[in-house]
Ligand binder design. Sequence first.
Ligand SMILES: [Zn+2]
Length: 222
Amino acid sequence: MRVVLLGAPGAGKGTQCKNIIQKYDLVHLSSGDILRQHREKGTQLANKAKDYMDSGALVPDELIVEMMLSAINEAPKAGFVLDGFPRTVNQAVELDEALAATGEKVDIVLNLTVHEQVIIERLSGRRSCPKCGAVYHVVNLKPKVDNLCDNDGTELIQRPDDNPDVVKNRLRTYHRQSKPVVDYYKSRQTEIQFYEFNANEAAEKVRDSLFEKLDALVSVQN
Ligand SMILES: [Zn+2]
């Protein structure tokens, strides 16, 4: 099962990815996590990406696609959930072409939709571990010890991009880029199953509707 999970920052993609990969035994391929691993290892790819970011430019599609395809190739055959990728239509097309070359395809696209106000509330309470990337929330997902990471005891931070003003900006960018990606997948609904989910609800409710849909699809495939 090859799944693409779409949704604005704060839509709960990370949480739902975890739910899905556990239940269906898939690999979580998050572009943010993978880029972080490249940076830690100091790979050539990370250095190239850094040059772009340092100059204030966006990391080009080819570099992101190269990085994600190599992660996909290393993933077990059972399948994966892509998170944060593809972010542009160009990336989506390149992904489809690369998969088609080995007779594979994206099976399911899940789009989590959320109101802007809900996102701002969620993100401004978010705290992250600068060491391992784990994400917490001051109300919904507290660490065991106040303000310290459960995994490694590192002091949690509010990422500058979770500040409400920055969030509004990120949302504008997201909608500008993602609308065409959503339209692209909708236009391919003969080959790809595309579903939208109301992610304004509590995470457990969203999880249950995702499971319901995926269970139905898995039983059809088997
Ligand atoms: Zn940590």
